[in-house]
Design a protein around this ligand. Structure first.
Ligand code: PAF
Length: 284
């Protein structure tokens, strides 16, 4: 496995026409990321994984400075998982006009995703998906993969990246990897590391609440907004600070109607100071 931090060296190393599958990450890898690498290996001979904590997708009061950085351990895990190349650019390499703490210093070109990016997670994280779309577009231009693998845990991100590729005519097949969960049902996330042992037990409530919504919808409950509000209230009563619980159509990510069959229930809430997200896609 090669570890490369410069764009020009990466470009020189990636030998075409071997097919390339790409897994973008921000590091602090867990079993969910390694599952994405496993999926990538099934699609292409060469698997490239990027590790880059993207300052442009963090808001001013978010956890950019504290975001867990575990590069050495991540590289060992990726080697064992069979990745071929790890791309670990610096902020300067990726964005010559952005400081490492995310300050935009000069004329920086950003991608503005469609308005859906201002809903759900985007409502409480203004500009987050501009940062995600911008870094992913740049990484796609740098790596030029045939396939790119993203986790379904970030369902809205996956939706926006599919739109990015479609609307910017990028010849990349986007593959979605299922969310990997702890035995309790808690979705694996780098941010779970912020939770105390007691909070980790409590954190499984978010998934249980979403699971319960799926069950009720499948049992024929039709008023989806009432169902989502009830789950939100129940979480608040359990001590969560709820951002949203919403049942949406998978195809457009807009609030689901009675006609929609392919649904996704999404939730975001804070346990203490840790913000967690989860979702379940399902058919009714
Ligand atoms: O999902 C993530 O880890 C990040 O949002 C991504 C896609 C690597 C972009 O920074």
């Amino acid at each position: 496995m090669e570890i490369i931090s410069s764009i020009s060296e990466l470009r020189a190393t990636l030998k075409r026409p071997a097919s390339i599958a790409f897994v973008p990450t921000m590091g602090n890898l867990h079993a969910g990321h390694l599952k994405l690498v496993e999926i990538a290996k099934q699609h292409a001979k060469c698997v490239v994984v990027s590790i880059f904590v993207n300052p442009l997708q963090f808001g001013p009061h978010e956890d950019l400075a504290n975001y867990p950085r575990t590069l050495e351990e991540d590289c060992w895990k990726l080697q064992a998982a069979g990745a071929n190349i790890v791309f670990t650019p610096s902020v300067e390499e990726m964005y010559p006009t952005v400081s490492s703490d995310g300050l935009i210093l000069g004329q920086t070109m950003m991608i503005r995703p469609p308005p859906i990016a201002n809903e759900l997670c985007g409502a409480s994280r203004p500009g987050h998906f501009d940062g995600v779309a911008t870094v992913v577009a740049k990484l796609f231009n740098i790596v030029q993969p045939d396939f790119a693998v993203f986790g379904k845990k970030d369902f809205q991100q996956l939706f926006i990246i599919r739109e990015l590729v479609k609307q910017f005519n990028q010849p990349i097949e986007i593959i979605a990897g299922d969310t990997v969960r702890e035995a309790s049902g808690l979705a694996m996330s780098s941010r779970n590391g912020y939770l105390t042992e007691e909070q980790k037990v409590q954190a499984a409530q978010l998934h249980k609440m979403l699971d319960n919504i799926v069950l009720r919808v499948r049992n024929g409950i039709a008023d989806l907004a009432v169902l989502a509000d009830a789950a939100s209230l129940a979480l608040q009563q359990l001590g969560w600070e709820v951002e949203y619980v919403s049942i949406r159509s998978q195809a457009a990510l807009i609030p689901a109607t009675a006609q929609d069959k392919e649904l996704v229930v999404l939730g975001a809430a804070k346990l203490g100071s840790t913000r967690l997200i989860d979702n379940i896609d399902f058919l009714r």
